[in-house]
Design a protein around this ligand. Structure first.
Ligand SMILES: [Zn+2]
Length: 364
């Protein structure tokens, strides 16, 4: 809490983010209840409202904001796949009530051949969606756009002089790459915000990702660029955790982006001390990068109470991380993961309270 007892960081929120109902995820071949549920956003909103945060509606997006970080084929796929799925009879004839891929054009399958866009709708899904847990249904695209709009709007407010703005994005975004989606993410809200900050005049931007999982999508989007630093602290994929194939310490960027990517994987069971030491190390890298503005990918699934990761960070740890990050400069905070409905609101509020305390700045 600030001196006045209320959180002054504006919250950008659209109720359209509730329209995405994954209705489960296919995990190891079986349909399981979804953890990325609309109620996540509702509990975060209630927590921030009760802390007195001002709530703002996002502006409608400009498609150029999406296309600045994503391939047009991905955007078109996400915008049209549900209507194509219905038109193809997958729901009416086969009872398949959500879009899920079943064949994937992996590099091993193609053996060097290019990907040819498949004729069948059900064949096309795996060209973009790299897992079976990221389902699309009615309302998904509207929610995905509302989340992207929220991130864009928060970036615009920060570019206009706000020191910190929080975008309550749902679905999350950091696992979505230039032409891929997965990990319950569809479009990359943090990357959209970072690119918007660049286009609004920030010469250098840093994305700091403290979600429990590596933000493979954000890394992929900026991997060859020097102007957007990406740093992440997350549970070690080498210890068996999602996204399994990316997020290792030796991934440091390529070409012009060499050195502008930093991964700090942590052992399962890590609690506040090692986690905060890693966050602090990322903050030092952000300073060395001389970033004019920060995007914080705020996943709170590193919480000790969270069912989706083995990290054991406390709410006080998140508050302390927020304080460190708030000292770096103007911050766009983008909601990523966090799945324990009982503690989610408390953890997000703790992080934002820390940012509010750390930014060393008071309006008015
Ligand atoms: Zn996560």
């Amino acid at each position: 809490m600030t001196d006045e007892g209320c959180l002054r960081i504006p919250v950008v929120w659209s109720a359209d983010c509730l329209r995405h109902e994954p209705a489960g995820e296919v995990w190891l071949g079986g349909r399981e209840p979804s953890t990325e549920v609309p109620e996540r956003a509702s509990v975060i909103l209630r927590s921030l409202q009760s802390a007195g945060a001002p709530i703002l509606a996002p502006d409608a997006h400009d498609e150029a904001a999406l296309l600045a970080v994503h391939r047009p084929e991905l955007v078109r796929h996400l915008a049209t796949i549900w209507s194509d799925w219905q038109a193809g009879g997958y729901l009416s004839d086969y009872g398949r009530d959500r879009v899920v891929p079943y064949v994937f054009p992996t590099s091993a399958m193609l053996a060097g051949l290019p990907v040819r866009p498949p004729a069948a709708t059900h064949g096309r899904v795996g060209m973009f969606c790299y897992d079976t847990m990221t389902l699309v249904g009615p309302g998904s695209w509207e929610a995905v756009c509302a989340a992207a709009d929220s991130a864009s709007t928060a970036a615009r407010l920060v570019a206009a002089g706000q020191r910190a703005v929080y975008a309550l994005c749902r679905p999350p975004g950091h696992h979505a790459g230039p032409a891929s989606y997965g990990g319950s993410c569809y479009l990359n809200n943090a990357a959209i915000a970072a690119q918007a900050l660049r286009q609004a005049g920030a010469a250098r931007v840093a994305v700091v990702d403290i979600d429990a999982h590596h933000g493979n999508g954000t890394q992929a989007i900026f991997y060859g660029r020097a102007d957007v630093f990406y740093g992440s602290v997350h549970v070690d994929p080498g210890a068996g955790w999602f996204p399994h194939y990316m997020g290792f310490a030796d991934e440091r960027g390529m070409g012009a982006g060499q050195g502008a990517n930093r991964n700090l994987p942590l052992a399962p069971g890590s609690s506040d001390a090692p986690w905060l030491a890693a966050v602090s190390e990322l903050c030092a890298e952000v300073r060395a990068h001389r970033a004019d503005a920060i995007v914080l990918s705020l996943g709170v699934d590193a919480a000790a109470t969270d069912p989706e990761s083995p990290l054991l960070v406390t709410a006080e740890g998140y508050r302390a991380a927020g304080e460190l990050i708030g000292q770096l400069g103007p911050v766009v905070v983008v909601q990523e993961g966090g799945y324990d409905l009982a503690s989610l609101g408390e953890y997000v509020l703790a992080a934002l309270t820390g940012i509010d305390a750390g930014r060393g700045y008071r309006e008015g």
